[in-house]
Design a protein around this ligand. Structure first.
Ligand code: NAD
Ligand code: LMR
Length: 351
């Protein structure tokens, strides 16, 4: 037939989308909306949901950024993206969440000089509680949520607690950037294409405690697949420099850029949703922060990064991987840090 049926558009929410140079709250001029500005055009081009999937985007930011949000809408219109079927910009969380099928939560505060970790946590968990309530009431029933804003795992846990109508399996956080960073380090070390490396794992928290694990990684050598550990042939590098480089990569970008990573975070957020919705290739897994079901002895309910495969819009934790003593200690250290963050978050909400 000559008839090509276009798919129904999917509604995607991005919070923290307004890119501007501002001095909100007396901050000396500071760029904001970094990830959002990189992410929204990727979504509109089909990098997240595929080249044949039309989208409607809902973009939320706070009142002082309203004008910058409008500017973003003007640019999105001017870009004439064929897949973009609608743009809603708003500073009203209820309007933003209305009918959304995918929510990417990037908005939040970043740390200012002199602020304690607890001060940032306190501001961000309150935002996540409010957004949880709005998503709970107004999002599509099967809405898939990706939390990007830090502390990502704990924000996702708070969101889950206050959005009981959203299935627990639909609330996730981003550790795909760390996963991609780990693939990239191995590819550089072995001088192979990054697309020839797979099955690294990020265990735990999206913090510098995270455990990047290459024990199960595979490299396509062109004449067959081989374990990365055999090709690297330096256990010490895998246990030290590799782990530390990936753990510290976010800090290294901040040092070099004076702002945190934006294009790589946006691209990895697309990868996360893409693979979750459209599936992981056979024999390949990715890392996602998800609610623990007790796998690998990680306390149930913590939002913890695991290796997962995805099929038909559902993730499953990869089972049966052999865990050595070195890995065990690092995985437990992450569980402990996340338990501590969880209690800190609750004490912030109680304040
Ligand atoms: P940014 O400061 O440039 O932008 C944040 C935006 O959020 C701003 O536009 C701000 O106005 C908005 N905002 C604040 N409160 C809001 C609210 N209540 N509702 C909606 N919007 C609100 O920050 P960024 O560089 O884009 O980073 C965003 C977050 O992502 C930060 O927390 C950062 O630490 C985190 N991050 C996570 C990863 C990851 O891999 N998980 C990677 C990089 C950055
Ligand atoms: C990153 O991993 O690049 C960011 O989470 C760093 C940060 O603290 O924003």
């Amino acid at each position: 037939s000559f008839l090509t049926l276009e798919k129904e558009p999917v509604t995607v929410l991005v919070t923290g989308a307004a890119c501007s140079l501002n001095n909100f709250e007396n901050w000396p001029h500071i760029w904001t909306g970094q990830i959002g500005y990189a992410l929204v055009p990727m979504i509109a081009r089909g990098a997240m949901l595929g080249p044949d999937q039309p989208v409607i985007v809902h973009l939320l930011d706070i009142e002082p950024a309203a004008e910058a949000l409008n500017a973003l809408k003007m640019e999105l219109i001017d870009a004439a993206f064929p897949l973009l079927k609608g743009v809603v910009v708003t500073t009203d969380v209820v309007e933003a969440c209305d009918g959304v099928e995918i929510a990417i939560l990037v908005g939040g505060y970043r740390r200012k000089d002199g602020m304690e970790r607890k001060d940032v946590m306190s501001k961000n968990v309150s935002i996540y509680k409010a957004q949880a309530l709005a998503l709970d009431q107004h999002a599509a029933p099967d809405c898939k949520v990706l939390v990007v804003a830090n502390p990502a795992n704990t924000n996702a846990l708070i969101l889950r607690e206050f959005a009981p109508s959203i299935p627990e399996k639909n609330i996730t956080c981003l550790t795909r950037l760390d996963h991609n960073r780990a693939l990239a380090q191995i590819s550089e070390r072995l001088n192979v294409y990054v697309s020839d490396v797979k099955n690294v794992i990020i265990w735990g928290n999206h913090s510098s405690t995270q455990y990047p694990d290459a024990n199960h990684a595979i490299v396509d050598t062109g004449i067959g697949e081989k374990p990365a550990i055999e090709l690297v042939d330096d256990d010490n590098w895998l246990k030290t420099e590799f782990v530390e480089t990936v753990q510290q990569r976010g800090a290294a970008i901040i040092k070099a850029r004076k702002m945190s990573s934006a294009l790589s975070a946006a691209s990895s957020a697309c990868d996360h949703i893409h693979d979750w919705v459209l599936g992981t290739p056979k024999g390949t897994w990715v890392s996602m922060g998800v609610s623990s079901d007790g796998s690998y002895g990680i306390p149930q309910g913590l939002v913890y990064s695991f290796p997962v495969t995805c099929d038909k819009g559902e993730w499953s934790i990869v089972q049966g991987l052999k865990i050595d003593e070195f890995s065990r200690a690092k995985m437990d250290e992450n569980a402990k840090e996340l338990m501590d963050e969880k209690s800190m978050a609750y004490s912030c909400l109680g304040d």
